[in-house]
Write a protein that binds this ligand. Sequence first.
Ligand SMILES: Nc1nc2c(c(=O)[nH]1)N[C@H]1C(S)=C(S)[C@@H](COP(=O)(O)O)O[C@H]1N2
Ligand SMILES: [Mo]
Length: 535
Amino acid sequence: MGSPVSAGPARPEGSPGPSRSATPARAVAFWPATAVGAASVVAGVGAAELLSAFFVQDGSPILVVGALVIDLTPAWLKNAVIGVFGTGDKAFLISSLAVALLIGGAIAGWLELRRPPLGRILIGVGGALGVFAAFTRAGSSIVNVVPSALAALVAILILGWLADLLRGTRPTRIAPEGEVSRRHFVTATAATAAAGIVATIVGQAIATGYRAASAARAAFHLPKPAVAAPPVPAGASFDISGLAPIITPNADFYRIDTALQIPGIDPSAWRLRITGMVEKEVELTFAELLALPLEESITTLTCVSNEVGGDLISNAKWLGYPIRHLLARAKPSADADMVLSRSQDGWTAGTPLEALTDDRNAILAVGMNGQPLPLEHGYPVRMVVPGLYGYVSATKWVVELNVTRFDKATSYWTDRGWSERGPVKLESRIDVPGDGRQVKAGTVAVAGIAWSQHVGVSAVHVQVDGGAWQEATLADAISADTWRQWKYAWDATPGSHTIKVRATDAHGTVQTSKVADVVPDGATGLHTIGVTVVS
Ligand SMILES: Nc1nc2c(c(=O)[nH]1)N[C@H]1C(S)=C(S)[C@@H](COP(=O)(O)O)O[C@H]1N2
Ligand SMILES: [Mo]
């Protein structure tokens, strides 16, 4: 920090210069100190608003504190405010918060110039309030506290810096440096405040689409399926703790995409266009899609980046409409062999035309486990194609299907070295016991999942310490397009052991033990774990 407060009087321009030993109370001018504090807080909030718009969807400090204020406001006061401001009540709340922030910032600036680091401490307390507000919001995830913490951190750093500049200002000196320094300080304060305001406005503007889509999704009721999914057989699921549940809850479903900011799509403005090598271009609105006979299907989705034993794989019950019917309306030309699907944010995937027209259930999905698609999983509409890795098929926020050819078009990940074709490979995984775990000697449940999408799994074998392959028990299959649970009762003896798993598909193909990296078209190898058995 700079010189002590008492040594740095900041007085209005042209004021007569008392000695520097004037009392601190008179030494620091009031308005510059408050301006510095307010500007710092505005900059901190701006940084946080930008961060939350891009990375922490529900962490906006303004909105979390606003929500806390609403929660704490007694009903009579709420009603009074609504009575006076009507539907402007939210605007009133936000304006009040903005004024409170500016006043708090001004006080912090004033305090900081008088009794450092009291001002910064006050900002820290304000930040803690934001963190508390974010933390206590219902349904809030812990990352939502990050923007408020960042707001406080940025404001504290900037306040320290501006206060130093201010202390360096010597308006009482006739020397030109005094003027330069003063101008420097005024410019820095104004620029800080301006940057904060711009960041806040940009952050709010970016987040608006997301919030609007969130609200639209909350108000949306999924239509009833015309064709329900066949019931999940009772024997599809083993009751073993630690084993992946047969249907992955939406909140646990893996998520992979390139979207910095989740696209906020207004469903009433959403269109799907089928373009390119077609006889007739097709355009479909969300209402038109919902009016079609929608079908339920249970399909496992997995990422080409899933390592052997990895968790970038999940299984859900989707509600959607078969893409083949829509393509049939468009009538692709005979020499087309690929559909380049495009998302609202410009991401693309190249899917073999055949995979979208054959009898596999490639769909435009609107529902996921009985809910509208979550925003991060593609609301309002995404593709789900059984048997293909997500990067060549599972376009979220899809808006266009361009019928084309593999020798004419490339897609987002194939441009980055990944394979043009991405069929899901035969794989299996051990979920329990966890790798490196300690278990008690005796009968130990070893269990996991295996998948060979669109073909089906016919057997799973387990090998302990390089011994003979033992057949595991398979749970009932839901369909060839979903993963299948397996279990094996292992007679565990004390010591360190290695367990491997290997699946066989319905064609009799045995899962390869050859180790392949995820690049360019998916990992292979046998999932292997180590466990310690104690008596
Ligand atoms: N718009 C868009 N869709 C996308 C992606 C993307 O980056 N952007 N990633 C794909 C990849 S690589 C995978 S594995 C799946 C993951 O879908 P999920 O996040 O719903 O699990 O989405 C696919 N769809
Ligand atoms: Mo992926």
